[in-house]
Design a protein around this ligand. Sequence first.
Ligand code: GLP
Length: 241
Amino acid sequence: MKLIVVKDYEAMSKEASNIIKNLLKEKPNATLGLATGSSPIGLYQNLINDYKNGEISFKDVKTFNLDEYCELPKSHKESYYSFMHRNLFSQVDIKEENVHIPNSEGSDLQALCDEYNNMLHNATIDLQLLGIGANGHIGFNEPNTPFGKETWVVELTEKTRQDNKRFFNSIDEVPTHAMTMGIKNIMQAKCILLVANGKNKAEAIKMLASGAVTEACPATVLNLHPNAIVIVDEEAASLIK
Ligand code: GLP
């Protein structure tokens, strides 16, 4: 795993978006695994600017998102479907048919998981972008998720629901479940790029940087990946010795 420490959120976003920009220049039909949360918003903004400046295009790019809340319709402003369209897709030339986001709207969630998983099996993700939860979760794979899991429905921990409460009016509105790529799916990407900023992430980054590999901190699986890049700001790196 390659760890890059930069000053702040802006520098983290720049470093990360440059990696994606260079990939899209080299391979205009790349397949990207994408993430939500506040961590990638800055890098998405940079990619939108790169697109507007004519440096890159998304017209042949395919995307697969990591996860989606259950119990929220796509039309809800906090669904990850809405998030991705608001923060990236509506501002670039990506084709809607090339966008894949787990579909959690339906009664047979297992069938919907299987459907997404099959799509992942038929794709090769060139670069998987990740954020990290304060408890080390990736996608919505909470601590103690077996590394062998593929797309599944997870019950969110109280910690994650509290962390994500800021996007909702009250804790009661935060979904209790989510559909997520499993850790095995994530690990199949050719390259993994994780971004983290802020003190809230320092414990999880300390664990990841220690070289440990433990299901108690899902992100540590990246220590087993041949091409993982972790870009963090000084606050997120503050507990690394
Ligand atoms: C959610 C998402 C994760 C994301 C995490 C951290 O739980 N499912 O993919 O990494 O939040 O979010 P943030 O970047 O807002 O700290």
